[in-house]
Write a protein that binds this ligand. Structure first.
Ligand SMILES: CC(C)(COP(=O)(O)OP(=O)(O)OC[C@H]1O[C@@H](n2cnc3c(N)ncnc32)[C@H](O)[C@@H]1OP(=O)(O)O)[C@@H](O)C(=O)NCCC(=O)NCCS
Length: 250
């Protein structure tokens, strides 16, 4: 396969007869005067450990809900339930990652066919993760009838379940690029809609910029258990927001 055009954003590759035609999507992030090229590609099962490594250094610690409950208390400890949640849909081959030519993963969007809820709260052994699951299931339950009124019940929905970029490369459009590529994959795989549940102001910002529609939101201050607010998140994270976009709209 010969590379015929070195455009900074897209590398078009000339393909020989019998080869699968492809365009390799490249993008770049800039930080403090340096720039980093990366490709967005599908996460395979072989990538699982490397993806988890990135998530344990970032998402497990700094996703606003994980951070608030201090999901990871000690260096090198983990949350098995969250690891399982991250891994369980990789086999669907619709998750994507931003990876540099030298193999450094800069960000991931772990996607999967939408489930009714986030999993069985009662089965969850980790009390901190259980709190988070409970909130997300609560939102998913309220969201369902709103969804049913707005969209055909038979819609096939791809869900962005985990979105994370390396903390050293934030604010450079990596999440935006991952979300865009996820929608393309949803299109290619016959999904009608793509949904992103945002617990962070920054992920909500990334999807809003891409024209996703806010279908449901719950302010953290309005989510109470036994009359008590459960998550008192720091500014600017104010709510869980569920966004949807059709895969067929331009
Ligand atoms: C949310 C997250 C994935 C966004 O990744 P990203 O690669 O920085 O996203 P983008 O560069 O596409 O930017 C999205 C928006 O958030 C802003 N942003 C992202 N991280 C930021 C930070 N730490 N501080 C200030 N702004 C930030 C960006 O500037 C951009 O807004 P803008 O268009 O007004 O400039 C990343 O912040 C992250 O991994 N956070 C921790 C995990 C998490 O919260 N995941 C989402 C849970 S739903």
């Amino acid at each position: 396969m010969d590379i015929v055009n070195l455009d900074p954003r897209i590398l078009f590759a000339k393909v020989a007869v019998g080869e699968v035609p492809c365009a390799l999507f490249w993008d770049s992030a800039e930080l403090a005067g340096t720039s980093m090229d990366y490709e967005i590609r599908i996460v395979t099962e072989e990538d699982t450990e490397a993806v988890l490594e990135l998530l344990k250094k970032n998402f497990f610690l700094d996703e606003p809900l994980n951070d608030y409950v201090k999901l990871i208390e000690f260096k090198d400890s983990t949350c098995e339930e969250l690891e399982q949640f991250c891994k369980e849909k990789i086999h669907e081959k619709n998750s994507v990652m931003a990876i540099t030519p030298s193999g450094q993963i800069l960000g991931v969007s772990l996607n999967g066919t939408l489930e009714e809820d986030y999993g069985d709260v009662e089965q969850c052994q980790n009390p901190k993760f259980k709190k988070i699951l409970k909130l997300l299931n609560h939102c998913a339950k309220i969201f369902q009838p709103i969804f049913n009124e707005r969209f055909p019940k038979s819609s096939k929905v791809l869900n962005i379940r985990v979105l994370s970029s390396d903390s050293a490369w934030r604010g450079q459009g990596i999440a935006g690029a991952l979300i865009k590529r996820s929608r393309q994959i949803a299109q290619e795989q016959g999904y009608d809609l793509i949904r992103v549940d945002c617990s962070s102001h920054f992920s909500a910002r990334a999807v809003s910029k891409l024209g996703y529609e806010l279908v449901y939101e719950l302010k953290y201050e309005d989510y109470k258990d036994n009359g008590e607010v459960v998550f008192k998140l720091p500014h600017p994270h104010t709510c869980v927001a569920f966004f949807i976009q059709s895969t067929t709209s331009p």
